[in-house]
Ligand binder design. Structure first.
Ligand SMILES: [Zn+2]
Length: 182
């Protein structure tokens, strides 16, 4: 009953417009002690994501736990996706906890003419399969493999630049070994 009333066009517009104009949005963004987006860990969280999209769940438009500070790119890529299947759902930054001490993200570093780093989610990580599936879903939908690769390449390029200043060219085995430890 409540849901059908809320989903009437007038109520839906009232709820979503109250979010658009609300001062609390700015307050939430300024008070969240996050310097990095909780969905990617790469960029500053400058927008609020509706974990349950406001277009489909207007009753949660202004509910604080449904508003997650994230970066623009993650917010944009996540869009209005919603699913009944846990393996096709995004992680909620507050309610889902991924064990930090359990290796889940695998980085493969290859050294050729240029260093290349690829990232994968470990299907055999020691954590519930449903949690791994959610992480993989988020990893794919947010294009984190490419975004992590770009970030890692930038970091590696800076490290190589600094190392190159301290080791003579052509590359010595000692210099190569030092780069491999980055
Ligand atoms: Zn992000």
């Amino acid at each position: 009953m409540l849901r059908s009333v809320i989903h009437s066009q007038t109520a839906k517009n009232d709820l979503t417009s109250s979010y658009r104009g609300m001062r609390i949005r700015e307050e939430l963004l300024s008070q969240f002690p996050l310097y990095k987006c909780p969905m990617c860990g790469l960029s500053e969280p400058r927008t609020l994501d509706h974990y349950l999209p406001k277009s489909k769940f207007p009753e949660f438009s202004v509910l604080a736990v449904n508003l997650i500070p994230v970066c623009y790119e993650c917010n944009n890529r996540k869009g209005n996706r919603v699913s009944q299947k846990p393996e096709s759902q995004f992680l909620h930054a507050i309610f889902h906890r991924v064990p930090k001490m359990t290796p889940l993200l695998i980085a493969v570093v290859q050294f050729g003419k240029e260093a290349r780093i690829d990232f994968h989610i470990d299907s055999n990580a020691a954590m519930p399969k449903e949690l791994i599936a959610r992480v993989r879903y988020q990893f794919d939908k947010l294009d984190l493999e490419n975004r992590f690769r770009k970030e890692a390449s930038n970091i590696l390029a800076v490290e190589i630049y600094h190392l190159a200043r301290h080791f003579p060219f052509p590359r010595t085995p000692k210099a190569v070994a030092a780069v491999r430890l980055c």
